[in-house]
Ligand binder design. Sequence first.
Ligand SMILES: Cc1ncc(COP(=O)(O)O)c(C=O)c1O
Length: 462
Amino acid sequence: MKEKKPINIHEVDQSEGDSNQSDLRRNWQEKRSAQTKKQLAEDEKYFIHQALSTPCLNVIQECEGIYLTDIEGKKYMDFHGNSAHQIGFRNNYVVERLKQQLDVLPFTTRRYTNLPAIELAKKITSIAPESLNKVLYAPGGATANGMAIKLARYLTGRYKIISMWEAFHGASLDMASYSGEPMFRENTGPLMPGSLHIPPFSNYNGLWCDDNKDNSEKILEYLEYMLGKEKDVCALLAEPIRNTSVHIPPADFWKNVQYICNQYNTLLIFDEIPVCLGRTGRFFAFEHFNMVPDIVTMGKGLGGGIMPFAMVMANEKFDIVSHKAVGHYTHEKNPLAARAALATIEYIENEFVLVNVRQHQDYVRGRLMHLKGTYDIIGDVRGIGLLWAIELVENRSSKEPASLATERIMYRCLDNGLSFKITGGNIITLIPPLTITEPELDTALNIIEDAIKQENNKSSQS
Ligand SMILES: Cc1ncc(COP(=O)(O)O)c(C=O)c1O
């Protein structure tokens, strides 16, 4: 058995989120009440410690709309929400439908189907492009991705998967193999054979981003080269828009990828788990790229931010492995989860949530671009819909990541009632509920500006 080693915070991989073991984290927790500290200590006593969760940041008592409330009664606007809060927390419409469902059929044995499961399948395939007309449900995102890969393996008779370095597709061992973040891969023993990686796409100086770092041509060349050498690759798995770091490829990128994949009979699987359901201003993120992938996975907010739930979508021509088990999970057709998803989609449609996102996109972009023009520590601003990133640098000429300043900004914002997560050490990732109003966005952006201003003044004085 290995001994517990002291952690050097500078060696901690922060690609997926901010560290739960830094000095600034400990300082922030020192300021909590005795009651909070007691509960956090209890939590630490019973839960297995791991990066990004235990030790936890705070103890939450209640959630509603865009807010989390801790046990001290302090409210935080939550611009993180694990990307599961598209329709806000504890959405009343979904809660009411879940209560009705709970009273009738909260679970059903496998072998039986149920009405919410069928209704949801009908609904989602009516929203998706025609070619995505078959579904399979899953209890979580990593599981849905695993099912998509399994299906692709059955269909092609191949096993090699290409994915992108820096990507995240779930914390399970198979998804760690296809993800590209060291925290999930290192020291886990052998990963899946045939996990091949290509570099991630970076920023695009076009519709959505103001910094010219487009590397997409090189990636296409490398992909073509790689497929030409390997020849028997089963599928390419990727997020159409990288959620955590908010990287968005050019509008023709995925069409070109698909064209290359088609030459080698390699399937294209899109992981839309965090970005589906209107986050980008369209129901599916791939709609921005004028193409349709072979297989799509959705999750996170699909369960209304209440039920764990995910889904695989594919064309009926892929429905040819009826003698094999693609999923077979206990909660596959859970009627409560299906009801939550159905109610979530109904809410998005009835409340014109996508229209709200598209309207707010321009407002947020305008404000963030203004911040970039004003503060030298902002190296880049990028985003789409209500998915935005602010990348902080020591100064624009050096472009050195300003990790400590970013962490200080995060804790200052928390003090002022705004929660978000940091990606890659120096990227502030802003993922608000899609139901947010302009005054609420304004308040949040004022809190961010105030915190950035203080750091900027510090850095310009030093
Ligand atoms: C892009 C992406 N894919 C897959 C997953 C995994 O989803 P889950 O945590 O539900 O397994 C995540 C979770 O953060 C994600 O961001």
